[in-house]
Design a protein around this ligand. Structure first.
Ligand code: PMP
Length: 362
């Protein structure tokens, strides 16, 4: 594969093979002479494709039979409000770990729908960088309706790699930036959700995976399209779904299966991340602010020794075909997002560029 390599955090790079196939059948899906975007979602061919996409996702993630897989509207943030409305009441307490910017947004949204949002803990500065506070220090509430956390904070580049132990309330995870990037024991969770635009497909679309026993608990005034029970009953077609996003996500699932699934991806993703972090750690010019145990394998933020060189770095990177490296506006610096679609080769080209830039600017 050749440049450009797109390191955007999301919407992010999609597999080249998937884009190629989508382009080839854009005007004539399955030789029908019409686009998949023009087909009714009730059309048998579309329904078959949609069911296959769900089946492929179930296989990829080894989703147990007692979980519903929903294809939802409204991206990751849509689920920030869907979760509390669906499984907590207006008088309930809910527990949230605040490990970064996206957790914080989720906390604020939940506050609109529940009695109390209890923040159990957050991050702390240590001599080896920013870390997530140890679970032993978390201030869990007595009977929360659920416990929510974000295993991979996309902006901060901070991750909780182990699923929290000993939480009796249903675990809810925002997997927007890490879903399908490595194996995961779905049975440990009550709800998993993810905005699609990183490891799955187009933005505005979301996947929600819900254990059956959590259905049927939505608050009475929950908007119907966000009601998990309704969407489960209607096979995610209560209203017209985002048919193109569903189709494209299905192509990504097929691609992923062909690549060997999440085990293979997990190994490649570890290798890509290690290459970057090892180089950054060895360099006096680049730095990463996160404790090694909590570093994201999907989003690698880094700072240059002199931020006045940020502009030149981005400009020269772009000339080499390395795009989307600007850090989030809240934190500045750089960020290389290396989701499944980013090949190892792209990371190697980025490393070569970083080395050259360091030589001429350090
Ligand atoms: N959660 C996480 C971890 C994210 O990275 C993002 C988006 N970058 C969101 C939620 C919000 O997703 P959306 O923009 O699709 O609402």
């Amino acid at each position: 594969m050749t440049a450009p390599f797109n390191f955007s955090a999301g919407p992010a790079m999609l597999p080249a093979e998937v884009m190629q196939q989508a382009q080839e059948e854009f005007r004539s899906w399955r030789n029908s002479g019409i686009s998949v975007m023009e087909v009714s979602h009730r059309d048998p061919a579309f329904m078959q494709m949609a069911a296959q996409a769900e089946q492929d996702l179930r296989e990829l993630m080894a989703i147990p039979a007692n979980y519903q897989v929903l294809f939802m509207h409204g991206g990751g943030r849509g689920q920030f409000s869907a979760v509390p409305q669906n499984i907590a009441g207006p008088d309930d307490t809910v527990d949230y770990l605040n490990s970064g910017i996206w957790s914080d947004f989720a906390i604020r949204e939940a506050g609109k729908y529940v009695g109390r949002v209890n923040v159990v803990g957050g991050t702390e500065q240590t001599s080896r960088g920013k870390a997530i506070q140890s679970p032993v220090s978390w201030k869990l509430s007595e009977k929360p309706a659920y416990f929510h956390y974000c295993p991979n904070e996309t902006v901060d580049g901070i991750a909780l790699h182990d699923i929290p132990e000993g939480i009796s309330a249903p675990l809810v995870a925002d997997l927007s930036s890490t879903i399908l990037s490595e194996p995961l024991d779905v049975s440990r969770f009550g709800i998993i959700y993810a905005g699609a635009q990183k490891n799955i497909g187009p933005s505005g679309f979301a996947i929600a995976i819900i254990r059956d026993d959590l259905l049927g608990r939505a608050q009475g005034n929950t908007s119907t399209i966000m009601d998990y029970s309704v969407q489960a009953r209607e096979r995610s077609m209560y209203n017209t779904p985002n048919t193109f996003a569903w189709y494209l996500s299905g192509l990504v699932f097929t691609w992923l299966k062909g690549k060997g699934g999440v085990h293979t991806m997990g190994a490649i993703n570890r290798e890509k991340a290690a290459l970057l972090y090892d180089y950054i750690d060895a360099s006096d010019y680049y730095s990463n602010p996160v404790h090694p145990d909590f570093r994201s394998r999907m989003n690698v933020p880094f700072l240059l020794a002199d931020d006045r060189q940020d502009g030149a770095f981005l400009q020269q990177a772009e000339k080499r075909g390395l795009v989307g490296l600007k850090g989030h506006r809240f934190v500045g610096g750089m960020r290389a997002s290396i989701y499944n679609a980013m090949p190892l080769e792209g990371v190697k080209v980025l490393l070569d560029f970083m080395k050259d830039f360091e030589k001429t600017h350090a």
